[in-house]
Design a binder for this molecule. Structure first.
Ligand code: SF4
Length: 333
């Protein structure tokens, strides 16, 4: 059971000062039970409807503020993404949520395993508040620890599933990365964008696991999809309809570039890009989607479905250029 603590004090203060007639709340799937509890507390305390928007919200790229608008909720609390901003526009309020689990035991194990190494600590939103403490434990045990600087929405030491600036900026200076938390998803992204050994410090299983090989498997699968797509004659280019993932400019650029290489291209738009939705579309040999890159790397599809960095690699193949280290970039969009 996750030990999630939502900053309810801030939610209550916002409601007290803005006095909305109704509110909505959403958060990543893993913390929805805690979001439900908070919604119940709001209704009890203020006597107003509090809707839990239970669709996915994978990141601040996917706030679902349209859901709040359709509901007529005057304030929307997007919980748990903990970026370095407090608001999006007038009605979306970003609320921090932290996982209170301790890292003491697993950090000591890590110190044994990575003795004499120089490492960089990285994490996702929920464990940001633990970085200093774990840094202290590892440093006391003689490990050289560095924390990369934040950029854009990212805090120091924080990564998203497609954005790795605090990690990539240190790749020439460290031997390995240590990810705080349970997320193989984030850790494998770090391994791919840096091409360095990456370890997950899992405080729930009290285990230190290396994720490098798992990340390499993702890369082999992604590369295979690129080479399969190189044989395709007809392409579907998909624009994502989630508000922070809309990228028509890239979609139109890929369309133009593929047509220059003699391919036929049809444009599509989808909110959720799944194998089931794509099965309805006819006459397409391969797809490129310019929404969330992890849709392509972490899911199974019947046909090649390339993300933006994979599509850039595909264009290189079609132009008889070397494919390069297409994932070794700080931002996959
Ligand atoms: S990995 Fe996908 S869901 Fe996460 S921040 Fe990037 S685009 Fe958004």
């Amino acid at each position: 059971m996750l030990l999630i603590v939502i900053d309810e004090k801030r939610i209550f203060a916002e409601i007290e000062s803005k006095n909305p007639a109704s509110v909505s709340l959403n958060g990543p799937d893993g913390i929805l039970p805690q979001v439900q509890d908070t919604a119940m507390k709001i209704t009890k305390k203020f006597g107003i409807p509090a809707y839990v928007l239970a669709d996915t919200t994978w990141g601040t790229c996917d706030l679902n503020s349209n859901g709040a608008k359709v509901l007529g909720a005057e304030l929307q609390f997007n919980i748990g993404h903990t970026i370095n901003m407090d608001y999006f526009g007038d009605s979306v309020i970003l609320i921090d949520a932290f996982d209170d689990v301790g890292f003491d035991v697993v950090a000591k194990k890590c110190a044994e395993i990575l003795k004499d190494k120089k490492v960089s600590l990285v994490t996702d939103s929920q464990h940001l508040h633990q970085v200093d403490k774990v840094q202290g434990i590892l440093t006391t045990a003689g490990i050289d620890v560095m924390i990369g600087k934040g950029k854009g929405q990212l805090n120091d030491g924080q990564v998203f599933g497609c954005e790795f600036y605090p990690a990539t900026q240190l790749k020439d200076e460290v031997d390995a990365y240590v990810f705080l938390g349970q997320s193989n998803f984030h850790a494998s992204g770090i391994a791919l964008s840096t091409n360095k050994p990456t370890y997950v410090l899992d405080p729930y299983f009290n285990e230190v696991r290396e994720i490098t090989e798992f990340a390499q498997k993702l890369k082999r699968k992604a590369t295979l999809a690129i080479y399969k797509a190189a044989e395709a004659k007809s392409f579907g280019v998909i624009v994502g309809l989630k508000e922070g993932q809309l990228s028509k400019v890239f979609a139109l650029k890929f369309k133009k570039e593929l047509e220059k290489e003699g391919k036929s291209v049809q444009l599509f738009a989808l909110t959720d890009i799944t194998n089931e939705r794509l099965q309805n579309l006819k006459g397409i040999d391969a797809f490129i989607q310019v929404a969330c890159p992890r849709i392509s790397t972490d899911n199974q599809f019947d046909k090649p479905v390339l993300s933006t960095p994979q599509a850039n690699a595909l264009l290189k193949i079609l132009r008889k250029e070397s494919i390069g280290e297409y994932f070794e970039i700080p931002h996959w969009l």
